[in-house]
Design a protein around this ligand. Structure first.
Ligand code: FES
Ligand SMILES: [Fe+2]
Length: 417
């Protein structure tokens, strides 16, 4: 039977125009949960070091399904659906915890081992030989559901799919080096926070892949020379464009001149920072990369903006809302001065960030602009209509088209389940 998604018409060539309906339709939202988040995609769940010892746990979501990442007695990390087999209560109510012997549901006190096996049922034999569970109740059949989980560079992902490729292959050869470069060291979490946005999760994932807007919407970024389209850089894509990296390398005199010549509003020499230490930086990476924003389909981001390192996860919260979670990172080897630089630079990102605050509102504006017109569509043709890496320009929307390739592959059953 044709579903709401199957009836959607994609105008244009493949992914060069996106129907507005896809940002608002509750049925499409439900189908995404099944076909992407409970389908062939790998979802980021947390960092290995957030659960260093057996019995340590941290909760999160795969799509809109609550999950808990817990380190087992054997030292391996389990990702379990955070739901009691009895009547569906959340088992872990707190966001995180340490050193648990087992997981206990507060509702009727059923308990589970750290790998999700049902360990005990309160009053299983009743009281005074009255009540209790039927004799044939089989404890071994009623654990918490355990998802397939794997780690790469200390990042833990989970998938519902038994047949999806390994996480290593899913991230792929083109994408792995940047993940390792940014977070594949002895990392430490400097802080975490999350922000709610009044827009569909895909509008944020388009924004994060949108190298075209960076120096136009974010005046701070362009004014203070953090990233301009005229810097050296480019776009890398994984196979079929599911994942992307937009990167730039240093500021040069040439790009300074070009920006001035273009008279973009971003250049305004009236503006000076009262405290220039905000953008103090050091040359952390030998490759010279000063900015790299990487997305792993469907909703995960690895960020390097100067020395500001972070990972982000954009969780769907209904058709017209999402929650963006941030892990701001440093390394165990940072000197106190380097740590201070990272903390100061973190003012550039996050919900009130000098660079990223605009991203927190623009999705909501698009949501408002589009929700009434289900049969109209965006234009996504900057840099062409196809999905090819862009070696020398970021004045392109190719990475967004890549996202939609991944989306259509999942929604239309072209990716293994
Ligand atoms: S719902 Fe968990 S013990 Fe009843
Ligand atoms: Fe942005």
């Amino acid at each position: 039977m044709a579903t709401a998604y199957d009836r959607i018409v994609w105008p244009g060539e493949g992914v060069s125009a996106v129907p507005y309906q896809i940002y608002t339709d509750p049925t499409v939202y439900a189908e995404e949960q099944a076909r992407i988040f409970r389908g062939p995609a790998w979802s980021f769940v947390g960092l290995e070091q957030e659960v260093p010892q057996p019995g340590d746990f941290k909760t999160n979501y795969v799509g809109d399904t609550p999950v808990v990442m817990v380190r087992g007695r054997d030292g391996r990390i389990n990702v379990l659906v955070n739901r009691c087999a009895h009547r569906g209560n959340l088992v872990c109510i707190q966001k995180e915890g340490k050193n648990l012997e087992r997981l206990t549901c507060v509702y009727h006190n059923w308990t589970y081992d750290l790998d999700g096996a049902l360990n005990s049922v309160a009053f299983r034999r009743g009281l005074n030989n009255k009540g209790g569970m039927p004799d044939d109740f089989d404890m071994s059949k009623h654990g918490m559901r355990r998802l397939r989980s794997e780690s790469f560079a200390g990042l833990v992902f989970a998938t519902y799919s038994p047949s999806a490729p390994s996480l290593f292959d899913y991230i792929g050869a083109e994408m792995r080096p940047n993940v390792e470069r940014v977070v594949g060291r002895r990392m430490k979490v400097i802080g975490t926070y999350s922000q709610y946005m009044p827009n569909n999760w895909k509008l944020y994932m388009e924004n994060v892949r949108d190298s075209y807007h960076a120096s136009l919407l974010h005046l701070f970024q362009a004014t203070f020379r953090i990233n301009r389209l005229s810097m050296d850089g480019g776009i890398k894509l994984s196979d079929r464009g599911w994942h992307h990296i937009s990167y730039s390398i240093g500021a040069t005199d040439r790009e300074e001149e070009q920006y001035a010549a273009d008279k973009l509003r971003a250049v305004d020499d009236e503006y000076r920072l009262a405290d220039p230490s905000l953008i103090d930086k050091w040359a952390e990476f030998s490759c010279g990369t000063t900015l790299a924003i990487q997305s792993i389909f469907p909703n995960f981001v690895v960020q390097q903006i100067s020395n500001s390192l972070a990972v982000r996860l954009c969780l769907p919260r209904g058709p017209e809302a999402c929650e963006l979670m941030w892990w701001v990172l440093g390394t165990e080897d940072d000197t106190p001065a380097q740590h201070a630089i990272r903390v100061r630079q973190s003012n550039m990102v996050g919900p009130g960030g000098l660079i990223s605050m605009e991203d927190g509102v623009v999705g909501g504006w698009v949501q408002r602009g589009t929700r009434g017109d289900r049969d109209k569509a965006t234009i996504l043709e900057m840099g062409g209509r196809t999905v090819e890496p862009s070696r020398d320009s970021r004045a392109t929307e190719v990475s967004i088209r890549g996202f939609w390739n991944g989306y259509r592959d999942c929604m239309e059953g072209r990716a293994g389940r």
